[in-house]
Design a protein around this ligand. Structure first.
Ligand code: GLU
Length: 481
C-alpha cells in the first residue's frame, strides 16, 4: 500500500516550529517510501484563519526544503486542500450520520449550554453535553432545522470502551461514558476539527497520522467517528511535543516559536531541519550532525522516542556552525547575501575575506559583525589587552609595537613566514614574549583579543592602515601622567 502522510496546520498565526517538526517527519516518511505527503489547511475557524498565514506556512516549509506533494498550492487528486472549500463534503457526511442514527441535531442555545456548564462546574461534576436533544424525534428535528439554529452532535454510545493503538505508545483504552457528544457541525455550517479531520484523512487516503501528542485525547472521538462512518482508521503515531527547558510545552515566552524568527536570525534551513529531526529521533549518541538525505534514508516513525525532547538553542547554534563550515565559500557568501546579512559588503569581497571568518561563525550575521574591523576602525579592547599582557614590560611593549608598525610597512607583500620571523626577532630584541607582541598587534589591527588570523587581516586592510592602527594603539598605551 502507498504511504500517504499529512500535516494539517491552522493558518492562525506565524508559521510555528511545531508545524515544521511534524511536517519534517511526515515528509521524510513519505519520501522514504516513495509515497505522498499532503499539506492540508485547517481553516475552519473563520475568525482566526488568514490567507497571509497560509502563505507564510507554505513559504516557511519551502525555505526548509520540505515540499508537500499536494497542498493548496499544488493540486492533486484528493483536493481541495483547504477545509473551508470542502464544506459540502462535511455536510454530506454529517447528513449520512444523522440518517444512520449516529448523529443528531442539537437545538440548545449557547446560553443554555453556558448555564449547564456553570452548574456542572459548581457541582464539581465533569462538564459535557447532557443529551437533551439526543432523542428529539427525527421528523421533528428535520422540521425544526429549517428555521432554528442548531449544531450536529455525535451520538456517543456511552456503554463499553473505545480502544486504539498508537504506534509509539501501544494500546490506549478509554471508557465511553467519558466521551462527550461532541459537535460535528457548527451552527455556521462549518465542521469542527474532529469531523473535518476524520473525513479528510479518510477521503485523502492517509495511511499514517503523525502529529503532536496533545491530540491523543481526541483520538477516541475520531475512532468512534470512523466506526460510525464504516471506515478503517489509519495508523496513529503521536510524536512528543517540543518542550521548553522546564519541560513545559514550547511557548513564545520561553523560546522563539516562529519559523520566520530562525530565518531572520541567520540560521541555515539545513541546521534547523537537523535540529528538529533530533527532537525525538537520533542516529546514535555521537552522530548528531547529519544531512536530510541521511535522515530520509534512516527515519522510521516507530523509532521515535516519546521522552520529551528539549528545545535547546545552544545545540542549534552548534549545529548551525557545523553546517556553516560544511559550505564552500561561494555558497556561504550567497547565503549571507541572499539572507540580507551582507551589511553593505559586495558579494565578491565577501568571498575573498570569508575564509578568515568561516571557522568562527555560528550564524550568518556573525560575518558582518566579525568583519567590521576591515571596514572601519573599531574601538580596541584595551581592558582585554591589559589582561593578556599584564606580565609584559609596558615600555618594551610600546617599543616593540612601534617598530612592528614599521616592519609591517616595509615588508608588505612578503610571505607570512618571513614577516612572522621578523616580528619574532623584534620581540626578542625587546625582551618580550612573542605572544605578547602578537596580542598587541592583534588588538591594534582587529580591535579584539580573539580574532581571525593577524597577517591575512593586515593584508586585507593594507600595510599602511594596519601600521597606523598599531601606532594609534601605542598612543593609547602611554600611561596617564
Ligand atoms: N489543525 C491541527 C493542528 O494545528 C491538526 C491536528 C492534526 O494533525 O490532526 O495541529
Amino acid at each position: 500500500m502507498d504511504v500517504v502522510t499529512r500535516v494539517a496546520p491552522s493558518p492562525t498565526g506565524d508559521p510555528h516550529v511545531g508545524t515544521a517538526y511534524v511536517s519534517l517527519f511526515n515528509w521524510a516518511w513519505a519520501r522514504r517510501n516513495g509515497g505522498r505527503f499532503i499539506l492540508r489547511i485547517e481553516d475552519t475557524d473563520r475568525a482566526r484563519s488568514k490567507p497571509e498565514h497560509e502563505t507564510a506556512i507554505l513559504d516557511a516549509l519551502a525555505w526548509l526544503g520540505i515540499a508537500p506533494d499536494e497542498s493548496p498550492a499544488v493540486d492533486g487528486p484528493v483536493g481541495p486542500y483547504r477545509q473551508s472549500e470542502r464544506r459540502e463534503i462535511y455536510r454530506e457526511h454529517t447528513d449520512r450520520l444523522i440518517a444512520s442514527g449516529h448523529a443528531y441535531r442539537c437545538f440548545c442555545t449557547p446560553e443554555r449550554l453556558a448555564e449547564l456548564r456553570a452548574f456542572q462546574k459548581a457541582a464539581k461534576r465533569p462538564t459535557g453535553y447532557d443529551g437533551t436533544c439526543r432523542d428529539v424525534d427525527p421528523e421533528e428535528s428535520a422540521r425544526r432545522a429549517e428555521t432554528e439554529t442548531h449544531v450536529v452532535r455525535l451520538k456517543v454510545d456511552k456503554s463499553g470502551t473505545t480502544r486504539f493503538t498508537d504506534l509509539l505508545r501501544g494500546d490506549i483504552v478509554i471508557e465511553n461514558e467519558n466521551v462527550d457528544d461532541q459537535v460535528l457541525l457548527k451552527s455556521d455550517g462549518m465542521p469542527t476539527y474532529h469531523m473535518a479531520n476524520v473525513v479528510d484523512d479518510h477521503l485523502m487516503g492517509v495511511t499514517i497520522i503523525m502529529r503532536a501528542e496533545e491530540w491523543i485525547p481526541s483520538v477516541p472521538k475520531h475512532v468512534m467517528l470512523y466506526e460510525a462512518l464504516g471506515w478503517e482508521p489509519p495508523v496513529f503515531a503521536h510524536v512528543p511535543l517540543l518542550r521548553n527547558k522546564d519541560k513545559s510545552k514550547i511557548s513564545k515566552r520561553k523560546n522563539p516559536t516562529s519559523i520566520l524568527w530562525y530565518k531572520d536570525e541567520g540560521y541555515l534551513p539545513e541546521a534547523l531541519v537537523n535540529f528538529l529531526a533530533l527532537q525525538g529521533w537520533s542516529i546514535k549518541e555521537d552522530d548528531e550532525e547529519f544531512d536530510v538525505e541521511t535522515f530520509i534514508e534512516r527515519f522510521d516513525p516507530k523509532d521515535i522516542s516519546v521522552g520529551g525532547p528539549v528545545f535547546d538553542l545552544q545545540k542549534l547554534d552548534w549545529l548551525n556552525g557545523e553546517k556553516i563550515r560544511k559550505l564552500d565559500t561561494a555558497t556561504l557568501a550567497d547565503r549571507i547575501v541572499d539572507g540580507g546579512f551582507a551589511g553593505g559588503w559586495e558579494r565578491d569581497a565577501i568571498v575573498r575575506v570569508l575564509p578568515l571568518f568561516q571557522e568562527r561563525m555560528k550564524r550568518l550575521p556573525d560575518f558582518a559583525e566579525a568583519a567590521r574591523y576591515l571596514r572601519e576602525r573599531v574601538e580596541p579592547d584595551m581592558d582585554g589587552l591589559a589582561k593578556k599582557v599584564k606580565k609584559a614590560d609596558p615600555e618594551a611593549l610600546r617599543g616593540a609595537l612601534t617598530k612592528a608598525a614599521a616592519v609591517l610597512e616595509s615588508m608588505a607583500g612578503q610571505p607570512d613566514e618571513a614577516r612572522e620571523d621578523a616580528l619574532r626577532a623584534l620581540a626578542e630584541e625587546f625582551g618580550l614574549k612573542v605572544g605578547n607582541l602578537f596580542m598587541g598587534l592583534r588588538v591594534a589591527v582587529t580591535g579584539a583579543t580573539a580574532s581571525p588570523p593577524l597577517l591575512p587581516s593586515v593584508d586585507e586592510l593594507g600595510a599602511e592602515e594596519s601600521a597606523a592602527r598599531v601606532r594609534d594603539l601605542v598612543e593609547r598605551l602611554v600611561p596617564a601622567s
